[in-house]
Design a protein around this ligand. Structure first.
Ligand code: HDD
Length: 728
């Protein structure tokens, strides 16, 4: 008698087939899953009696070649990997939906932007551009922000980035850029880092990269979370309405949790402690029901008015300042479901900026035009043939009907003898698609000029928007940009490259260039030397704005502490009542409080009760948290102050600008670390930004919670006293 459960022959493929056509992407994704209740089978559906032992000639004999079960299993295993993406290899994906706030019918006929009642399923993949599949999440880099909308009119892909501009103006330079950025070919180092000679050699020779370099060297290159990151379509696209009017647009994604970054030192430490930091953050937030949200924004420029912008809208190294053309928020996206299987979904998803729907069209941006070739081409290799649109994650939710047939991994079984169009044999009705009134129509923008392999002279302004970006940053943001350039260029062993780069920076801002150059062991920046080099262009166009607050992350902080992680440092003898109340208030405001101690289990409170410890100092260092709470209790404070792990935790949090709140005796921990000045008459005092010394008695009236929340919502306190002197 078989010990296997009775076989269930109605697998989910047939139930999916019975489901009526629907927008529910989940049904489609289930189509090829196998049911666990059927027991183990081979890929041919044969039940396995033994999945532990190979077939041998006798118990001690050699393994037999005829063991088709072993061969099938090992052969499949040996082919489990596919080529990683040549860029943006490391990514994290999630499902969700998009809903417009209002009908955009005035501007576009795109079906998914018409009805605020209609939710369109989406799949989003965030990625790091430079690193390989297994690289750390927190490296300095631009992040990919690719959204697939499964609309009723077909799939629309918005394949953008976390920065609104790109390094280069023409797709011809993309392979060079990526070759320079990726590990150097002779020894394949460094991984996931632009801090090496080939990148800066290339970047210093193409001044058009300067604007994007300002972004990547800023804190934007170190997002705190994918959930706290802006997204941009980068290129100009076009909305087309039913009257065939065209409007240039730029897409934006604005995160509801504000825009926040890691500190550089923190990012590097996290890369070792928790290389999956951003991936885990996204996964855990969705699992916990804290669904990340973004608003979709558009900057709309009427066709014919683009010349009034003051720069070329087709140049992808330029952004449209928000103070010049405001961003209209037109809908929201919520990510509410994690993938079932990383490989099937996140790895096999295939985006393409050429996946358009009626109502949206490209522009002539030469970088975008090159992308239109590249994405399908790369999927042919990566996903092994032309049928990757049939992989569940890539399928559209609306019916597909055409006469493409065959190809590697074809899954549809197309019936009948007709594989051509026009025909009358298929359905008895002549099907002619040419000239159909409905369906995708390319906007009929006139093209009629001599062929040319030249860069538009209007693309020759390489610096004015880099200067705009620099001018728009706060003092601490500027400090971080300077520090990042210094770090990266210090890793470049060729002084001439360092020199070339700071000479270029002198065209952004001389003070910036001098600050970067000072510790690099090279000459002072020389703008004239830069201007004399081949490829150098500085045909500045007077910008309409000289600063734009939207370019600084400070203006994007937000006010919420939702999903922020607070470490509560505990040891035996901790004073619990005020701690409990603060944890209650913070949790009610959406934060996640975790008790960190020296060992798992529990600690005893002053009143003899027990508090369960969530994490140890060894496993959850300060870099894994946004804020710290040091409760009262003489004994616990003494223990914490006597242990290097706890002292380091607090020092490091201080150095990384995190909010620290200490209650009663907990102050001593801070005072012994030398953060405080002498004066503290009220006990509640803010000696340096984001450090709150509070009287536990005042916790009950809610004031301490409010102060703590307000300080955490500011994210980081970069202008902190003495932080350079703190050893962490
Ligand atoms: Fe690209 C992947 C974004 C320029 C060629 N790109 C890729 C992904 C994102 C972007 C988010 C990952 C998609 C995913 O998650 O699967 N790429 C951009 C942006 C660009 C850009 C915002 C400029 C504004 N890309 C660009 C150019 C080319 C490519 C100019 C080639 C001429 N990109 C690719 C690619 C990739 C890719 C090689 C690698 C894997 C893939 O496409 O599917 O085709």
């Amino acid at each position: 008698m078989s010990l296997l459960p009775k076989r269930n022959t109605s697998n989910s493929r047939s139930s999916a087939a019975q489901a009526k056509p629907s927008q529910d992407k989940a049904i489609q994704l289930e189509a090829f899953t196998t049911e666990e209740s059927t027991g183990l089978t081979s890929n041919q559906g044969v039940q396995l009696a033994d999945n532990h032992n190979s077939l041998k000639a006798g118990d001690n004999g050699p393994t037999l070649l005829e063991d088709f079960i072993l061969r099938e299993k090992i052969a499949h295993f040996g082919h489990e990997r596919i080529p990683e993406r040549v860029v943006n290899a490391r990514g994290s994906g999630a499902h969700g939906f998009f809903k417009p706030y209002t009908s955009m019918v005035q501007y576009t006929s795109a079906a998914f932007l018409q009805d605020p009642e209609v939710e369109t399923p989406v799949f989003v993949r965030f990625s790091g551009a430079t690193g390989s599949l297994g690289s750390a999440d927190t490296v300095r880099d631009v992040r990919g922000f690719a959204v697939k909308f499964y609309t009723q009119d077909g799939n629309y892909d918005l394949v953008g980035n976390s920065m609104p501009v790109f390094y280069i103006q023409d797709a011809m330079k993309f392979p060079d850029l990526i070759h320079a950025l990726k590990p150097e070919p002779h020894h394949d180092m460094p991984q996931a880092s632009s801090a090496h000679a080939t990148f800066w050699d290339f970047a210093s020779l193409i001044p058009e990269a300067t604007h994007m370099l300002m972004w990547t060297m800023s804190d934007r290159g170190l997002p705190r979370s994918f959930r706290m990151m802006e997204g941009f379509g980068v290129h100009a696209f076009r909305f087309i309405n039913a009257r065939n009017d065209a409007f240039y647009i730029k897409f934006h994604w604005k995160p509801k949790l504000g825009v926040h970054a890691l500190d550089w030192d923190e990012a590097q430490k996290i890369a070792g402690r928790e290389p999956d930091f951003l991936r885990r953050d996204l996964w855990e937030a969705i699992e916990a029901g804290n669904f990340p949200e973004w608003e979709l924004g558009v900057q709309i420029v009427d066709a014919g008015r683009e010349d009034e912008l003051g720069f070329d809208i087709l140049d992808p190294t330029k952004l449209i300042p928000e103070s010049q053309v405001p961003v209209q928020l037109i809908g929201k996206m919520v990510l509410n479901r994690n993938v079932e299987n990383f490989f099937s979904e996140t790895e096999q998803v295939a985006f393409h900026p050429g996946n358009l729907v009626p109502g949206i069209d490209f522009s002539n941006d030469p970088l975008l035009q090159g992308r239109l070739f590249s994405y399908t081409d790369t999927q042919l290799t990566r996903l092994g043939g032309p049928n990757f649109h049939e992989i569940p994650i890539n399928r559209s939710v609306c019916p597909i009907h055409n006469y493409q047939r065959g190809g590697l991994h074809r899954q549809s079984i197309n019936k009948g003898r007709v594989a051509y169009e026009p025909n009358t044999l298929a359905s008895g009705v002549e099907l002619r698609l040419d000239g159909a009134a409905e369906g995708f129509q390319s906007h009929a923008n006139p093209v009629g000029a001599s062929k040319s392999r030249r860069r538009q002279p209007s693309f020759d302004d390489h610096f004015s928007q880099a200067t705009l970006f620099w001018n728009s940053q706060s003092a601490s943001e500027k400090d971080h940009i300077v520090a990042a350039f210094r770090f990266e260029l210090s890793k470049v062993e060729v002084p001439e490259i360092r020199q070339r780069m700071v000479d270029n920076l002198a065209h952004v801002d001389l003070k910036l260039a001098v600050r970067v150059a000072t510790p690099l062991g090279i000459n002072a920046p020389d703008p004239k030397a830069a201007a004399g080099r081949i490829g150098f262009r500085d045909h500045r166009i007077a910008l309409k704005v000289s600063e734009d607050p939207a370019l600084s992350m400070v203006s994007r902080n937000g006010t919420s502490i939702k999903t922020r992680k607070i470490a509560v440092l505990v040891a035996d003898g901790v004073d619990a009542p005020a701690l409990r109340r603060l944890v209650f208030d913070m949790t009610a405001a959406g934060a996640l409080c975790k008790l960190v101690g020296f060992q798992l289990g529990s600690v005893g409170t002053v009143s003899g009760k027990q508090l369960v410890v969530d994490h140890t100092f060894a496993t959850m260092p300060s870099v894994m948290f946004d804020a710290v709470l040091i409760p009262g209790g003489q004994e616990s404070t003494t223990i914490l102050g006597s242990q290097g792990e706890a002292v380091h935790f607090v020092l490091e949090a201080y150095k990384h600008g995190k909010t620290i709140c200490a209650l009663n005796e907990g102050h001593q921990l801070l005072l012994t670390l030398g953060f405080r000045t002498e004066k503290n008459p009220e006990l509640i005092n803010v000696p340096t930004p984001g450090v709150i010394l509070a009287d536990a008695r005042k916790v009950l009236d809610g004031q301490v919670s409010q102060d703590f929340q307000a300080a955490i919502a500011l994210h980081r306190h970069w202008d902190r006293l003495n932080s350079e002197a703190v050893p962490a």
